[in-house]
Design a protein around this ligand. Structure first.
Ligand SMILES: *Cc1c(COP(=O)(O)O)cnc(C)c1O
Length: 384
């Protein structure tokens, strides 16, 4: 039996009837771009996350680009972000004309090390762009504190973290007597904490559409109004374009699919956390493997271990030889990608981790029997 890194089929089978009903509704309506389906999804997802505005767009990448632009980020500006992410993160910063400034990651959480942000701030710094990588919420209390001190915008890359909750102190080893009043951050959905949240509905994400899709979230009325303009060619009123914008709308068909899936997301995220906990238990006796923290707000888009002693590629090959899929997220830090070659000094932790990380199969419906095969195969790699 081949075990892929991700299997979307069981989830579709479990909601097939509702999906077909939703698709029929859109097909019969004849309204395929924006329209009532998108509006209703936006209202439902805003209520779910607990945010004032939710604005559907074409992709997670567009959500980042439009979110940055709507926050006033552009040429000459610097944006502090993590080196350890999918390239869409830094690409969006570069594409609005700003310069990404990379701050190394926290060795425990794989996320931007918030304690190192302040040292990188210059008069040009305009924003911080943390990524909730693999579904683990970034250290938001510290990030917000620094942002307030230097009057910076915060744009959260939530592409891998739909439904994740930031829980102050608990999930990030942040100081309990933080001078910032973070009471409202005690337990809050990611994407509602900074100025802007950017979500992706790429099919493999925790809340995945059946095609491309994305979402901008904000509690700022002005940012919301600008973002709504930018997604339709810079026009609030049709044919009265005020600024240069984009064509970046969420399709009605994708919105209808997402409305069905939104009703299941909490259970699916619980399923992912359960799978992660079972991996942690099953791999606990292996000194050559560092398992991730299973914190309450984590939604495990990926389950990623560190494989020590230079054995990562050998383990990946061993799993492949036993028909088990695995992936390296990410093999090159963003700052060392060919597109930025020679522009940035190497950062220690993220560079090291690109040689060690290995993501194992995870999806909400992954069965214990199947997972045991994976765990046993890894045990055999070490103990024969
Ligand atoms: C997937 C992803 C994106 C981009 O989302 P798309 O919908 O594919 O454009 C951005 N950032 C991160 C961290 C991602 O994983």
């Amino acid at each position: 039996m081949k075990i892929p890194i991700l299997d979307l089929k069981p989830q579709y089978a479990s909601i097939k009837t509702d999906i077909h009903t939703a698709l029929d509704r859109v097909l019969e309506s004849g309204a395929f771009i924006m329209g009532p389906e998108v509006k209703q999804f936006e209202q439902e997802v805003a209520a779910y996350l607990g945010v004032q505005h939710a604005i559907g767009v074409n992709s997670g990448t567009d959500a980042l680009v439009i979110g940055l632009k709507a926050s006033g980020i552009g040429p000459e500006d610097e944006v502090i972000t993590t080196p350890f992410s999918f390239f869409a993160t830094a690409e969006s910063i570069s594409n609005v004309g700003a310069k990404p400034i990379f701050v190394d990651i926290d060795p425990q959480t794989f996320n931007l090390n918030a304690d190192h942000i302040e040292a990188q701030i210059t008069p040009k710094t305009k924003a911080i762009l943390p990524v909730h990588l693999y579904g683990h919420p970034a250290a938001m209390a510290t990030i917000i504190k620094v942002a307030q001190k230097y009057n910076l915008k915060v744009i959260e890359d939530c592409a891998q973290a739909f439904g994740a909750h930031y829980r102050s102190d608990e999930d990030n080893n942040e100081s309990a007597n933080d001078p910032l009043k973070v009471g409202h951050l005690r337990d809050q959905a990611v994407g509602t904490i900074g100025d802007v949240g950017a979500f992706s509905f790429f099919p493999s994400k925790n809340l995945g559409a059946y095609g491309d899709g994305g979402l901008i979230t904000t509690n700022d009325d002005a940012i919301a109004e600008t973002a709504k303009m930018l997604r339709v060619h810079g026009a609030l009123k049709k044919y009265h374009n005020e600024v240069l914008g984009y064509n970046s709308r969420l399709d009605a068909i994708q919105a209808a699919i997402l409305r069905v899936k939104l009703q299941h997301i909490d259970g699916w995220n619980r399923g992912r956390r359960q799978v992660a906990q079972s991996y942690n238990d099953g791999l606990a006796n292996l000194p050559g493997i560092v398992t991730p923290q299973v914190v309450k707000g984590h939604v495990f888009h990926q389950y990623t271990v560190r494989v020590l002693d230079g054995k990562r590629d050998a383990l990946k090959q061993y799993l492949a030889d036993h028909d088990i899929g695995s992936m390296i997220y990410y093999p090159v830090p963003q700052d060392q990608l060919p597109v930025y070659l020679g522009q940035y000094d190497t950062l220690e932790v993220s560079s090291q981790y690109t040689q060690e990380v290995l993501s194992l199969p995870i999806w909400p419906e992954l069965q214990p029997d199947t997972q045991n095969i994976i765990i046993k195969t890894i045990q055999k790699f070490y103990f024969g």
